[in-house]
Design a binder for this molecule. Structure first.
Ligand code: SF4
Length: 162
């Protein structure tokens, strides 16, 4: 979904968005029941809990490095391919709720995009991505996170559609 501004090779070499420490574990992606099953077929120990109609990883412990690795991550990349969760497909953009209004923010941890000019980051949203994100969130409100302090907000929705 971000192919126009984010090269696949950059993501493949990074994968920062697929590992989580105790401060950003709330960022783990929201899976569907089907993707949970696909992951469990390969990693039977993977555990999930339901969240507002979707499923998130049950994080019971962190590795010796202090990190939790998404169970869908394999040595060759995300096992879900084109079926990866919507919030992974739009990352480092995040949809969040601020004072009852939805907004799109950006995660500063993405070295590839965070360095881009603000005009480019906002411009890409205005070319249609923002509408796509808000429309998806209408049908899947489970992807909307409460606002997390420190995330630069790029764009607010014009009005609540739901
Ligand atoms: S679902 Fe795939 S892309 Fe998303 S965090 Fe897990 S491994 Fe990374």
């Amino acid at each position: 979904m971000l192919k126009k501004i984010l090269k696949g090779e950059s993501c493949a070499a990074c994968r920062l968005c697929c590992v989580f420490d105790r401060y950003d574990v709330w960022e783990t992606p929201v899976f569907t029941a089907e993707t949970c099953e696909r992951i469990r077929d390969v990693k039977p120990d993977a555990q999930f809990v339901s969240k507002d109609g979707g499923f998130i990883s049950r994080v019971t412990e962190f590795g010796d490095d202090g990190l939790f690795t998404c169970p869908a991550l394999t040595p060759t990349g995300c096992m879900l391919g084109n079926d990866k969760p919507f919030d992974c497909r739009i990352w480092p953009y995040r949809i969040m709720e601020i004072g009852g209004r939805r907004a799109i923010a950006i995660a500063s941890i993405c070295p590839e995009l965070y360095e881009r000019p603000l005009s480019q980051l906002v411009g890409f949203l205005q070319e249609g991505l923002a509408d796509t994100i808000f429309a998806y969130a209408d049908a899947h409100p489970e992807i909307v996170k409460p606002y997390y302090e420190g995330y630069p907000v790029l764009l607010f929705e014009r009005e609540r559609t739901k």
